[in-house]
Write a protein that binds this ligand. Sequence first.
Ligand code: NAP
Length: 330
Amino acid sequence: MRAVFLNAVNELVATQVSRPRPEAGESLIRVLACGICGTDRHIYKGEYPSAKPVILGHEFGGLIEEVGAGSKFSVGQLVSVDPNIVCGKCDDCIAGRTAFCPDLTALGVNINGGLAEFVLTPDSQIYPVRTDLNPLHLAFIEPLACSIRGMDLAELKGGEKVAVLGGGVIGLLVVQLAKLAGASEIVLITRQKFRRDVALQIGATKVVDPISEKLADVVKNMDVTFECAGAIETFKDAQVITRRGGSVIVLGLTPADVELEIKPFSIVVNELRIQGSYLNPLTQARAAELVGSGDLKLDILISKVVDLSGVQTILDAPPAEGDIKYIVCP
Ligand code: NAP
């Protein structure tokens, strides 16, 4: 089978390897779609830890090609995959904090993932989806599961004023989740006009270009701000535009060694909650259901669909102006 390996930082190799065979408790999945996300770029550039060599790709799904002995799945079933494998037995797993499992390992990060024709997948990670789902939408289920985690932590009850910093896939999924959760205002702040226009079509009530407008003057007193850009400026901006007693939910990843100064006094007197949101603990099934419901606008987020030979070009350059989601169909 063909696969794209990350051999070293900034070094990808598309190559032919033998197709794995599933043992009991595993299935072989024929990948129909695998998304490329911001985290893949961080991994490629050495800003997020991964095994090497490893087949990248953690946002994928496809058809079950072969099952191990005694499997509950059937050949030909359309499935999504939760790439994050945990022990299920430690205190954190039992408490539902699976992202903190000390044995956490991830398909496409530490073990071979979805940028390949086939992926050997533990059955525990497989979530069947409706048979008529557009296969390209499989690539949105994992990022949606991470976004749902952020929504859970935000505890929206309806009627809140919500800001979203960063108009990539995560930000544009959060905009849609905030709308479904009944937010009264949804402000998307991102630099690219095309993304701002898309946001207005999928639920944002206002969009802001942080370059041409002074953010603090035009966005104030938000109940909840989602930081979905992973930049130092946006992490700072989030604290400025959130009301006293409000929440900042941080989904964006900066490189692991980035540090910045914060003002503890300001956090205390403003009772600001700065809450990280990491991975998709127990949210993959809900994401698969929501994507299957058709309630999200996903086609508008797809910018380019390529085969495995297109991965190198995508990872070598930042996303082109206006592009949102790249999907690989191996
Ligand atoms: P993405 O496509 O790179 O989107 C982030 C966007 O933020 C950028 O494309 C950029 O769009 C915008 N941005 C950057 N600097 C900005 C600024 N100063 N002001 C306003 N907007 C700014 O990435 P993504 O796939 O949506 O993911 C977003 C972040 O979440 C990444 O850091 C990713 O690694 C992380 N992530 C975290 C989790 C988790 O579990 N916590 C899961 C998945 C992804 P413009 O050019 O339009 O400004």
